[in-house]
Structure formats: structure tokens, C-alpha cells
Ligand binder design. Structure first.
Ligand SMILES: *Cc1c(COP(=O)(O)O)cnc(C)c1O
Length: 458
């Protein structure tokens, strides 16, 4: 332990920012299972994958061996507009909790999109531009990913077509308008503009949409439009690769002060921020150099790691995407309508799923009222109004710090604060009004989702 006084915020200098992404798959003995072609059930080849994603991104998706990949200068230039992100020592929170634990958080909310998603959006837009494409299509739920992508596309002058889950399009107009301000066209999904949308509307008139359905529409449009590709903001290996910037910066900041974490905590939806935060630490663990306790936190109402099955599954409702092997609740799973905290994807990154299955990290599920309690406490003590998603990690960080208070252990805890919650005030309103409830699905509730899993003998 160094005796340097640790500041409230550790900012790296711009020239200390990582210039390469780290690909944790290179150090994994058991590689994540490959994506399968939904027609043939054979692993997707580079050529097949290049019809869905840009070629360079398809290469990154399939690359299980290159440990470090250069970040192109134009992406570094954009990163410098909002990075390096601070690593904050939560002195105020430690004092309030009266814990001997030392708590740090990596704050990714310092950009207009309000989350870490911009780290991958800018990379994906860059490679699309490099390939000479006209534009990209994507889906968005509450709008964080769509917002990040529209910023990235505006920067590289690419067309950006976003299919936004209809209920969010109607009830969350602010992120929609941010996207339009950055030049994206936003279509409520399901829509009449695609075959899959028309089919879903005919079968379920009046449906308010889902993420899986918006993915199917975005993939269809990309497939039919010359010069377009589909992009996705989480789950994929390439996205975890881009998000490794979070962990690399965190590690560089800690190393500067000779700090070694004991516990690393992140919320997990599709797994991109957690995968990025832990990557260099997991690398050390995989190489046998160091050991860390790594905890993924998920909602009790959408518990893919803690209660899901490790199996090949569809990534979307329309079943047009490649199959991925992951911890999943089944593509037919829908979180209950009272679920307000995000992280509602049915599956989990294949990389994280494999690491979890190998016992290299653990997972915990938390109920949403306790998540919002932690969010409120954090906002009042540390000043930042956290995104509900991020607050899952805050909940477990506080729980671990309180355990240290009981045992007297001075553990060092690092967690990912992925974003701000300014656009999530409807959820906060519910909490403030005492109208928020918890819902934990029963085993019977999970059955229909598991029954929707494809029969793949792998
Ligand atoms: C999208 C999002 C998440 C969850 O996505 P992951 O891919 O699991 O990281 C978490 N926090 C915020 C603020 C988000 O916008």
C-alpha cells in the first residue's frame, strides 16, 4: 500500500489513457461458445457474420486469441471529449456507513448519453464509416443505447435508424428527442415499416412492443437496405472488447496509487459494462497472477445468471439473429410490468456466461425497492443521481461495506457507476410515492421462457 494521499477523484492524464482494448477471451482457457447460424446450427463464419455486422466488427466478434487490439486514433480523439472517466473514492459514503471498507466507483455518466454505452457506440460507428456504409440500424428500449449511437453517428455523419420499443417511445419522449436532435430517425416498434412488425401487429393488435421485437425489425431493415448494417449495444464479444476501456482506466488509476481491490462489483443486463470493468482484473485472475472476488448484480425480477439455464438461445423475438450460448431465461421471457429498474434482457453475454459457469465470478440478484433505497441513499450522500441500472451495483457495494463494518475488515471495493438517472424519474416517482413493489417470479413463472429455448444439441 502506498502512503500517497488518495484524492476524492483520481483522473488520469489524457496521455495515460489506454491506447489498446483488452480482449479477455485471449486469456480464457474455456472460450465462450461460438454464435450459431440459426438455419444450419453451424458456427457463424466471418463471411456470414459480415452480412449482419461491419467486417471489422465481425472479425473482433470472432477473435478469441488477440489479447490487445489498437484503438484507432479517431476513436481515441472522440474518447478524449469525455474520457478519461474519474475513479471516485466514496469518502462521504464510507463515513456515513461508518465502515472500515474503502469504496471506489468508476463513473461513466459524464457524457450527454448518460452512460457507458457511448464507448462502444463510437467504435461501431467508426468501423461502419471506415467500410463506407451509409448508415446503421438498431433497437433501443428506454433509449440509452439509441442516444449513444445517435451521438456517434452524428460525429461520423452516418444515418442512424432506431427502432424504439413503443411504450418507451410514447412514455419517455425526452430520450427520443435527444436522439432526434442528434439526427437519428426514431420509429416506434412494432411498426408497419417491416414485415416482422406487420406480422406482430396483426397477431397482437395494440401491443406496446418489446426489445426482442425491436431487434427483429432493426435487423430486417439493415438486411434489406443497401449500405446498412445492424449494430447492438450490449451482449456481444465486440461490445465487451470496446468497454474494456472502463476496466483498463480503472486499473491504471488504482495502480498509480498502489491500490489492489478485493471485490469488484457491476450491474449486469447484457453484461457489457461488467465485462468491460472486470476485463483486466479477470485477465490477471485467468493468468493466475492475482485473485479478486467479482460480483455480477442482476434484478430479482429478471434473474438470468442466478436462475437461468446455460443453453443456446435466440437473441431476439423474431428469431432472425444468430443463436448464442448464454445464461438465459428464454427469449419468450418477459419481466413483470412492475419492473422499473432496467436490465431486462433475457440473456447474458456469452463471455460472462462462460466465466460464471467456470466459477470465476459470482452473481447476486436484488429486489428493486432495495435498489432504489440504495439509489436514494447514494444520491443524498455522494451527490450523483444514479441510473436505476447502476444502483443494483450500489446496493451490493453498500451491503459488502456493511459486512466489513461487522467484521472489521478493511476491504477495498470497486464498483461500476454506469450512468445517471435523470431520464428515469418516472421510476423514482413510483419509489417516492411508495408505489413500487417487488416481484420475484416463481419457478412456474419461468417455465414458459425455458420452454421457448431452441433444441440445440450443444
Ligand atoms: C444499458 C445500461 C446498463 C446495462 O447494460 P450492460 O450491457 O449490462 O452494461 C447498465 N447501466 C446503464 C446506465 C445502462 O444504460
Amino acid at each position: 500500500m502506498s502512503d500517497k494521499k488518495i484524492p476524492y477523484k483520481i483522473y488520469l492524464e489524457e496521455n495515460e489513457m489506454p491506447k489498446q482494448w483488452y480482449n479477455v477471451r485471449a486469456d480464457m482457457k474455456n472460450k465462450p461458445a461460438p454464435l450459431l447460424n440459426p438455419g444450419t446450427l453451424e458456427p457463424m463464419t466471418l463471411d456470414e457474420l459480415s452480412q449482419v455486422f461491419c467486417r471489422e466488427l465481425a472479425k473482433q466478434e470472432l477473435d478469441d486469441t488477440t489479447a490487445y487490439i489498437d484503438i484507432p486514433e479517431e476513436i481515441l480523439k472522440f474518447y478524449r471529449m469525455y474520457r478519461p472517466a474519474p475513479l471516485v473514492r466514496a469518502y462521504c459514503l464510507e463515513e456515513k456507513l461508518q465502515t472500515p471498507a474503502k469504496i471506489y466507483y468508476k463513473f461513466e455518466g459524464n457524457n450527454t448519453s448518460g452512460s457507458h454505452k457511448l464507448n462502444s457506440a463510437i467504435a461501431q460507428a467508426y468501423y461502419a464509416k471506415q467500410q463506407g456504409l451509409k448508415g446503421v440500424t438498431t433497437e433501443t428500449g428506454a433509449g440509452q443505447w439509441g442516444t449513444a449511437l445517435s451521438m456517434a453517428c452524428a460525429y461520423f455523419d452516418l444515418d442512424c435508424q432506431v427502432y424504439m420499443v413503443k411504450v418507451s417511445y410514447e412514455q419517455k419522449p425526452f430520450r427520443r428527442e435527444v436522439m432526434r436532435t442528434y439526427g437519428a430517425s426514431v420509429t416506434p416498434s412494432p411498426s408497419e415499416t417491416t414485415e416482422v412488425g406487420r406480422k406482430i401487429l396483426a397477431e397482437h393488435p395494440g401491443t406496446t412492443g418489446s426489445l426482442g421485437c425491436a431487434i427483429s425489425e432493426a435487423v430486417e431493415v439493415a438486411g434489406k437496405s443497401e449500405g446498412y448494417r445492424y449494430v447492438l449495444g450490449s451482449v456481444l464479444n465486440q461490445v465487451l472488447l470496446h468497454q474494456s476501456i472502463i476496466g483498463l482506466e480503472t486499473k491504471a488509476a488504482l495502480d498509480k496509487y498502489g491500490i489492489t481491490p478485493d471485490i469488484i462489483i457491476g450491474c449486469a443486463g447484457g453484461g457489457s459494462n461488467l465485462g468491460g470493468l472486470i476485463s483486466p482484473f479477470m485477465g490477471e485472475k485467468l493468468r493466475g497472477e492475482k485473485d479478486y472476488q467479482i460480483i455480477a448484480v442482476e434484478p430479482a425480477s429478471c434473474p438470468s445468471l442466478t436462475r437461468g439455464k446455460y443453453a443456446y438461445d435466440f437473441c431476439d423475438t423474431g428469431k432472425v439473429c444468430p443463436l448464442a450460448k448464454m445464461y438465459t431465461l428464454g427469449s419468450g421471457f418477459m419481466p413483470s410490468p412492475n419492473h422499473a429498474g432496467g436490465l431486462r434482457y433475457h440473456g447474458m453475454s456469452s463471455t460472462l456466461s462462460q466465466l460464471y459457469d467456470d466459477g470465476l465470478m459470482e452473481a447476486r440478484s436484488v429486489e428493486q425497492t432495495s435498489v432504489f433505497e440504495a439509489a436514494e441513499q447514494f444520491a443524498r450522500i455522494e451527490g450523483i443521481l444514479p441510473a436505476p441500472e447502476s444502483s443494483h451495483a450500489i446496493r451490493v457495494a453498500i451491503d459488502e461495506a456493511l459486512k466489513c463494518k461487522e467484521t472489521g475488515e478493511e476491504k477495498t471495493i470497486v464498483f461500476g457507476l454506469t450512468g445517471t438517472g435523470y431520464f428515469d424519474m418516472v421510476a423514482y416517482e413510483k419509489y417516492n410515492n411508495g408505489e413500487m413493489s417487488d416481484y420475484i417470479p416463481t419457478d412456474a413463472d419461468l417455465e414458459p421462457g425455458f420452454a421457448s429455448l431452441p433444441k440445440v444439441g450443444k
